[in-house]
Design a protein around this ligand. Sequence first.
Ligand code: CO
Length: 477
Amino acid sequence: MQTTANRFQPGFANTPETDPTPLHVEGRFPDWLSGVLVRNGPGTFDLKHTRYRHWFDGLALLHSFAFADGAVTYTSRYLHSPAYHADMASGRISFRGFASDPCRSLFKRAMSLFTPTPEGMNANVNITRLGDNIIAMTETPMAIAFDPRTLETLRPYGYDDGREGTERLQGSVTTAHPHYDPSRRLAYNYLLHFGMQSRYQVIAIDGGTRRRLASIQTAHPAYIHSFGMTERYLILVEFPLVLPSPLTILLGDKPFIENYRWQPERGATFHIIDKENGSVAARAEADAFFAFHHINAFERDGEIVVDLSAYDDARLIDELRLDHLRSADPKITTGRLRRCRIPLSGGRATYETIGADAIELPRIHYRAHNGRAYRFAYGAGTRSADADFLNQLVKIDTETGAGVVWHEADCYPGEPVFVPTPDGRAEDDGVILSVVLDGAAGSSFLLALDAQTFTEIARARTPVPIPFGFHGQYFDL
Ligand code: CO
């Protein structure tokens, strides 16, 4: 076991499951909060004989905070993926991950990324609802359905394209950030197919059936973690973090992301895809930059406005390696809210930076404002340029650039999930829910802020510290 000296070591430590436990509440969660916040992220970082190398590679641990009458009950359960069973049994890494790879004697490359099944399916990134299923997702296409009440793993979630003469879509990499369009009753995602001619496939998902909406060929696929959506369009941004040769990922044995190279001379390219017919409505070049997360996008006066949590380069990926995050003096860079404008009539994309605050793991009032004009973005951020990890929550007014922050000494908050007040009218009428690691106390708490004032209304301490996760969703069950 590696020893560490920084303030947030429980955030990257092996964590046991917690049986359903009522939490002591300080303050009061709103009475109308009666659903469940389910979060995903890694919970095991060290195996008996080896370690995962990157934050993104730890074994998925699901967390739930179930609300009823102001009370909250916490539960956590490991996702019983093939990777979980194989790695826990052997004490070694059995499948190729994002930045970790198996020892060669166990190497199962052909079973990891490039055949539809089986794969490790360590779906530790996000959670979404598709039809009647709640699924855990990662960036390989197979997801895992689980019970959001008990967190019990149910079954691999397979799409049923390929049946009844329909085409079975091929692809090895997707995003864990699908969009849902309630007016079309369709979800969207993208699926990257590697080959001599690789292609980005933009897909529409209806229940469990996927259909290819657009296909864009590329010789050098980019790493794309999420994409944007307006009422009419989907926005795929190719950052210059690319595969110089897709063959290295097909034939080589390096972890997934180590095949990619930062090549800023390529710049970034925005593809604007019409949801109606899959045509590329516009394509625009932009200065090189990198982002994991789109924040929102909308149409305005003949242009598409695309907001992202943007970085000058992709060094953050290396900064999220566990040996760095567990070191005595880690530092991370954090994104800034970049508003890009893409003219539909052609021409280069332009951008401006909004606000003075860093923002990552961004959220919005999704149901009412995704794809439309909006004002407020919420996120986790860093308080200073030399921050050791995400150490504050931020609310940015995208119209004025004004920022409001929540911060407490030695506290490290995760992604802030916005839950709207039922029948609320204002865009920010609701609560923010964030799991905070309290470095001084060596424990965690669920924090609720009034989303309008960004002031605390309640907190509930958990019986064990909760490791740093990625994304979660609130469901009314
Ligand atoms: Co993400």
